[in-house]
Design a protein around this ligand. Structure first.
Ligand SMILES: Cc1cc2nc3c(=O)[nH]c(=O)nc-3n(C[C@H](O)[C@H](O)[C@H](O)COP(=O)(O)OP(=O)(O)OC[C@H]3O[C@@H](n4cnc5c(N)ncnc54)[C@H](O)[C@@H]3O)c2cc1C
Ligand code: SF4
Ligand code: SF4
Ligand code: SF4
Length: 381
């Protein structure tokens, strides 16, 4: 509704005034989680959206359903040769783009439900994490406070360097050695099952969206393993994820560059670069690894592990920090308690960082649309 600026019911949030029709609406706003406002604002105030964007993202890649919503919304649009086309001057009002059922325009359709967004760093000197060490610190907090009795995490195989090996961690030592990212699929579900079978009743589970989805499906499916999952509470800690690679392919790629896997101390994917740290640091365009990318990742659309209690990633935060999305009430409370007890430092993630997350999430959502183009260009899927 329209509210006059002279209303006595006002609130200020981040130097911006908000107006309300009544005391009760103002009260609800004051109590509201302000993240939603941050996310929403970050999606607004953007560049003008013209028909060109709809053409580029939806019509040209061939995913227009010809529903006619864009044409019905604007008099300078019509259909020719089976496609919406511009017949006059576009004022870049963005209506057609926002009406199209194929575009992704809301924050929750990009990153799922989020209660609050942080940038975080471990406060424990012994934690050597991939980014801020937030995942490892949260697991240590949960274990030491008696909130979980085990954690399903992934470590590097001792026999084959950098091959992922999921384990049931029940000690600080095991959790500490699981820190770091391995860009290869880890088969975590069998390990989760074995933890439940061995009597774990409260389990921290870490994995990217495909792993988190497997847990959620097993918990909710009518064909699921009810008798297993009724026995244990599972805290789902999701990892942002754009891709993983075939283990043998990754090995071959590095060997061709003269790098042996046992010598690799760390791998990092950031800003389109694949960085490999041995005694020296190498950096390759990520696209060089395209041919070794797992096929499943090409059709995966969930960057931020939307079904988790808490999600963690690097995009959006400074180096040495993790971006953290608190999703469930439990997730948010645990993060705040871990911070209060000195395990991690959390600060609100600022707008710029959040925009980077939304941007990467969008790139992942629309990659399915690009498959046809990739095939046409002979790149396969
Ligand atoms: C395959 C993969 C792809 C990723 N891609 C992106 C990306 O595109 N953008 C982005 O912002 N962030 C991405 N991340 C997340 C990022 O690398 C960090 O994991 C995240 O920022 C948390 O950092 P941290 O220091 O808090 O984690 P840490 O404290 O170092 O903990 C890392 C946790 O990850 C688990 N883990 C490591 N490898 C695997 C695996 N293969 N499968 C399941 N669990 C694993 C470990 O068990 C450990 O618990 C990816 C992570 C992985 C594993
Ligand atoms: S709806 Fe707006 S953005 Fe779309 S073609 Fe018409 S004027 Fe351009
Ligand atoms: S609204 Fe979208 S899907 Fe519908 S006709 Fe226009 S471009 Fe095609
Ligand atoms: S991109 Fe998707 S399918 Fe591939 S490892 Fe990541 S979450 Fe799983």
């Amino acid at each position: 509704m329209q509210v006059n600026e002279k209303t006595p019911f006002k609130s200020v949030y981040k130097n911006k005034e908000y107006y309300f029709c009544s005391e009760s609406c103002k009260k609800r706003f004051d109590e509201l989680d302000k993240t939603v406002i941050r996310v929403r604002r970050s999606l607004k105030d953007k560049e003008k959206i013209s028909f060109g964007k709809l053409k580029r993202e939806i019509i040209d890649p061939g995913i227009c359903t010809l529903c006619g919503a864009c044409v019905a919304s604007c008099e300078v649009l019509s259909v020719a040769e089976g496609k919406p086309v511009l017949k006059g001057r576009c004022t870049a009002c963005g209506v057609c783009y926002n009406q199209c059922p194929r575009t992704i325009t809301t924050e929750s359709s990009l990153i799922g439900n989020v209660r609050d967004v942080f940038t975080a760093k471990t406060m424990l000197p012994e934690v050597k994490g991939q980014d801020g060490g937030a995942v490892t610190s949260m697991l240590l907090y949960a274990l030491e406070e008696g909130l979980i009795d085990s954690a399903v995490v992934t470590v590097k195989s001792e026999e084959e360097p950098w091959r992922p090996r999921p384990i049931v961690a029940q000690s600080k030592e095991d959790i500490l050695r699981s820190a770091g990212s391995i860009y290869v699929h880890s088969m975590t579900m069998e390990t989760l099952m074995s933890a439940i079978k061995k009597g774990s009743r409260s389990i921290g589970f870490v994995g990217p969206s495909c792993n988190i989805d497997a847990v959620s499906k097993m918990q909710n499916s009518p064909y699921g393993l009810l008798h297993m999952f009724m026995r244990a509470n599972i805290l789902k800690l999701g990892l942002f994820c754009m891709d993983t690679f075939d283990y043998e392919g990754l090995k071959k790629f590095l060997e061709e560059k003269g790098i042996s896997l046992p010598a690799v101390r760390e791998m990092k994917i950031r800003k389109g670069k694949f960085r490999v740290m041995t005694d020296v640091e190498y950096s390759f365009p990520l696209s060089d690894l395209d041919i070794y990318r797992n096929g499943s990742c090409t059709v995966c659309t969930d960057l931020t592990a939307e079904k988790s209690d808490i999600s963690f990633g690097s995009v959006g935060s400074e180096e040495g920090y993790s971006t953290v999305l608190a999703r469930s009430g439990l997730g948010l409370e645990l993060l705040q308690d871990a911070a209060d007890r000195g395990y991690i430092k959390i600060e609100p993630l600022e707008r710029q960082g959040l925009e980077k997350v939304l941007h990467q999430a969008k790139a992942k959502k629309v990659q399915m649309y690009m498959i046809k183009r990739r095939i046409e260009k002979g790149k396969g899927i």
